[in-house]
Design a protein around this ligand. Sequence first.
Ligand code: GLA
Ligand code: ZN
Length: 677
Amino acid sequence: MKKYINEKFPHFLHGGDYNPEQWINTKEIWDEDMRLMNLANCNEMTVGIFSWATIEPEEGVFDFSFLDEIIDKVYAAGGRVILATPSGARPRWLAEKYPEVLRVTEMGEKKKYGGRHNHCYTSPVYREKVRIINTKLAERYGKHPAVIAWHLSNEYGGVCYCPLCEAAFKKFVAKRYHNDINELNTQWWSTFWSHNYRSFDDVEFPSPLGEKSIHGLTLDFKRFTSYQTTDFMKSEIAAIKAVCPDLPVTTNMMGFYDTINYWEMGEELDIASWDSYPQWHSPNHETQIISTALCHDFYRSLKGRSYLLMESAPGLVNWHEYNKLKRPGVDRVNGLMAIAHGSDSVQYFQWRKSRGSSEKFHGAVVDHEGTENTRVFNEVKKTGATLKAIDEICGTGVVSRVAIVYDWENRWALQDAQGFQRREKKYTDTLRTYYKKLWSRGISVDITNLHRDLSKYDLVIAPMQYMVDEESISNIEAYVRNGGIFYTTYMLGMVNENDLCYLGGFPAKNLKDVFGIWNEEIDTLYPGETVKIVGADGKEYSAVDNCELIHARGAKVLAEYASEFYAGRPALTVNEYGKGKAYYQAFRDDGSVWADILDTLVSTLGLEEAIPTPLPNMVTAHIREDGENRYLFVENYSGTEISGLSLGKEWKDMESGEISNKVDLKDFDIKIFKNLL
Ligand code: GLA
Ligand code: ZN
């Protein structure tokens, strides 16, 4: 069954951020934009993102004429609109009259007016002003046939340390600890250094001038910031849904942005979307590609359905350290890679390059030159042509039997943990190591967390799951008992949800039985050092960074340390528990051990590889399907041309119409196939 972003427009969206208010005095450009939109094979414009000062130039004085005109124009030209709420940047009058909307820094300095994404999410005034304008937008455009979705604000983010936020933080903490200061003192372990709290009034923000050593506090502060940002977003949604409950809402998120737990934010959205800006052609090419693919899988997994690539850069960005042009063909690959992972759009920042200010050299579909006669315009046009040719894929899904756990709270706790490698624990990097082996085989992966239903997966991978609460422990236990395969690593289950160490041995509680091990100590190596590991079959591996000294207590030992004073002790184990299996990898490596285990799991579990033949390095394949048809995407990021790669069976190339069981791909090329009926 297909599921569309909006049933009224069952097509891939191709378009992006459009700021016609910047061209309000040269309206002939608006008409030219409509002509160019069609010429570029585009069908969508995201408008209103930074329009607040144009639509409410003075407090309570509204002028929607520009939006009226532009939305009608887009529709008349055959396009659709994603309409933004303008809260990403505020007009000057709002900051002048109500200084409480201005953010305060960690050092207590109040910000001046300027910039964007810098308002206090707690401020009742800000919330009220946003409610008013959102309501007006919803009333005016909620039923307009052009408008197919809401784009809430823009890239919510940042932290505010103002008194309003601090008061809200005290309440947040009091609620979390049931108004019981003793509970807080226990969970925050505040007797350490005599930092006991006498009442919730004593709770202050973490500060470089004050308290930073209480990890329960620093963790709860991160939780609070995420919660408060999401709560602000919820207030935006409430205003809109009160008027038009049926139009889907989304907000443009940013990869694995640190400050917001996107699992929490995603709960409130109808559709997930994100802004993807990989550094193409950079010295860390592989990491860039794999990270981007991982994020795409996260955004699909967030709502368990197709999502939107809300922003990407036509040609280049302006904010990387080195702003290299995307080479010919790469704009197309950038967009289609998203489609391969389950996106129903390819959208850009920005449609028309702004003439002044800080983004005047950021890539755009239409350059300062102003016509269709540019290389980038034609790259975009080609992407659009492909999207038209494969439009029937829109609304289809992705099926995964494998999931990787990504957990913001765990990441936050690891960041603060003093120990191991103190500064960089490499949580996200480590996930990528595991992900890469699956990606390289064309095995579809969902991203999940330990509070979600794991039972639909045959294999769950949760590296460095340092923090586990009771619910996660029972979820893991039940998953394995009922037949799941769970693969985890060093640092599993050391602390509870408030960053208190579990007593009685790691990993926490009955995870020791599930994994059949006890982790007694952890060794941290200096950069460049390695420890030898030998598998039961004599194969050698190298550990880096972290080596745990574990005891097998029922688990079968698959590999042992072969150097250091812990030579001979278990390094990789597997435990049969209930109907399932629990793997424990006690050390960090480059993924070689996992690759070998995966080899076995692919055959024992019968995991599907999109193409059932070994793929060259940095070549991958993905499948989208809807129960009736299957679509295969084959992608080449290898740096060389690939010819005659076997597809395992015959497929139909959706662009050329050719039927073949092989494919040739240039470097940075994607081909899309449909199954034969
Ligand atoms: C972000 C923002 C856009 C723009 C782009 C530039 O994603 O949402 O407004 O600034 O970056 O890459
Ligand atoms: Zn604030």
